[in-house]
Design a protein around this ligand. Structure first.
Ligand code: ATP
Ligand code: GLN
Length: 146
């Protein structure tokens, strides 16, 4: 029996060359995470200040009553990192290593397939656009040829 996965079902996960690693983390850990990523050649990172609630916000919420008021949202930083498929697990492991305290509120990581990458300056697409000079792939290939 062939398993048919409709595109409009959560069972359908498209395979992709690139993935977005989206991490919601404690603001005071961001410096440590980004310098560790830079050290491994992850040079493309976007960060935004966000606010959210999860298990940590829930604790505040219970004290505050049944309604979410604005101050139950906790300040977080969202890091978005698009990488090639083979770099996904390394990036996730590094984020966990640098961001984890073991306490509630350490955050979450979401993984999304990316259909294409386009470099505005050159119009390059796909792998050419995703690759960055001196990036993780360059560092790995320099290692294996020396
Ligand atoms: P160029 O080669 O023309 O300098 P680039 O491809 O290196 O372009 P930048 O202009 O350096 O891209 O990047 C612009 C912004 O895009 C960055 O500040 C960052 O926010 C975001 N960005 C770039 N690459 C990535 C990536 N792989 N993942 C997440 N964000 C990225
Ligand atoms: N995959 C890119 C490279 O190896 C790096 C992507 C990134 O820095 N986010 O050059």
């Amino acid at each position: 029996f062939p398993i048919i996965r409709a595109q409009n079902s959560p069972d359908f996960v498209p395979d992709a060359k690139f993935y977005k690693v989206e991490a919601i983390l404690r603001p005071w850990r961001i410096q440590q995470v980004s310098s560790a990523l830079l050290k491994m050649g992850i040079r493309g990172v976007t960060v935004s200040d966000v606010r959210g609630f999860g298990a940590q916000g829930g604790l505040t919420e219970r004290q505050a009553g049944s309604e979410f008021s604005e101050d139950t949202f906790v300040a977080k930083v969202k890091m978005e990192i698009v990488v090639s498929k083979d770099q996904v697990e390394g990036v996730i492991a590094k984020i966990i290593e640098e961001a984890r305290t073991g306490e509630i509120g350490d955050g979450k990581i979401f993984l999304t397939p990316i259909s294409d990458v386009i470099r505005v300056r050159t119009g390059e697409r796909g792998e050419k656009a995703e690759r960055m000079m001196g990036g993780h792939a360059d560092m790995s290939s320099a290692l294996s040829t020396s």
